[in-house]
Design a protein around this ligand. Structure first.
Ligand SMILES: NC(=O)c1ccc[n+]([C@@H]2O[C@H](COP(=O)([O-])OP(=O)(O)OC[C@H]3O[C@@H](n4cnc5c(N)ncnc54)[C@H](O)[C@@H]3O)[C@@H](O)[C@H]2O)c1
Length: 265
């Protein structure tokens, strides 16, 4: 039987492209989202791309019981080999407008849901004597604060620690837990709209182009699979180099001594 991947946030953006990549490898898929319409469209695209099966499951993962409900339904169709936690929200939240409801909504979906989904998968995999592989979708915001993103940045920083904590306790069972942290990726999302002004400001990086969902999907598939069998607890930054350092600063030589002659280097 084909390997079985569960992908959250599969209706749109990064999750949708991750689903299509696994489909191309002939996986059986359980595709999870809160939006039934976009999920049906992804399921159709995955069947066309070669998925053995693409089961669409509408679940609110921000609800306390959502992750357990998802794993119960997915495991009934077949044992799960791969879980990709991509569902996430990144609402613009000016710091002085922050309230408990906004905070809870972001943490519940972005951090609690991936952690509880990993617990739900691990319990079943351990009972069945099977290994498994989890990839959480983090963000460059986990390391770099930005205006209006205090709940979001905090949720992703916590998710990276949850990734390490899960890996530490689950390695003995052959269950790997890793994360991919994308830089800015163009997704045209209705759940997470961003202005062009913001996109331009945030998307500078050494490789000089914006990220596409497939840049992230290829990394997720690699990290989830056997080629990465000795990697766990890791966060792979897939961001065109934007986390490598600060772009657009003047040369510091200019302030204290002459810059080397470029032609002589
Ligand atoms: N696009 C980027 O630039 C970028 C950068 C870094 C990290 N990320 C992360 O990548 C992940 C995917 O984001 P995206 O940009 O593809 O966004 P997206 O809006 O295209 O996809 C997110 C999906 O999650 C679903 N969703 C929202 N609330 C849900 C809920 N309660 N239960 C189940 N599903 C729900 C949405 O319906 C949507 O289909 C997120 O975790 C995000 O934080 C995105």
């Amino acid at each position: 039987m084909s390997r079985h991947a569960v992908i959250t946030g599969a209706g749109s953006g990064i999750g949708r492209q991750v689903a299509k990549r696994f489909a191309g490898l002939g996986y059986r898929l359980t595709l999870v989202d809160i939006d039934a319409g976009s999920l049906a469209s992804t399921a159709g695209a995955c069947r066309e791309a070669g998925a053995e099966d693409a089961h669409a499951l509408v679940v609110d993962l921000a609800a306390p019981s959502g992750p357990e409900e998802m794993l119960t339904e997915a495991w009934e169709t077949a044992a799960v080999d791969v879980l990709v936690n991509s569902a996430g929200i990144y609402p613009a939240t000016p710091f002085l407008s922050l309230d408990a409801d906004t905070w809870d909504a972001v943490q519940n979906l972005n951090t609690r849901a991936p952690l509880l989904a990993t617990v739900a998968l691990a319990r079943r995999a351990i009972d069945a004597g099977r290994g498994a592989s989890v990839v959480n979708i983090s963000s460059g915001a986990a390391l770099r604060a930005r205006p209006g993103a205090a709940p979001y940045s905090t949720s992703k920083a916590a998710l990276e620690m949850a990734t390490r904590a899960s890996a530490l306790e689950l390695g003995q069972y052959g269950i790997r837990v890793n994360a991919v942290a994308p830089g800015f990726v163009t997704v045209n999302s209705s759940a997470n709209p961003v202005t062009e002004e913001y996109a331009t400001a945030v998307s500078g990086n050494p490789l000089g182009r914006r990220g596409e969902p497939d840049d992230i999907a290829r990394a997720v598939v690699w990290l989830a699979g056997g080629e990465a069998e000795w990697i766990t607890g890791e966060t792979l930054r897939v961001d065109g180099g934007s986390s490598a350092g600060a772009m657009n600063l003047p040369l510091h030589w200019a302030t204290n001594k002459a810059a080397p002659d470029a032609a002589a280097i």
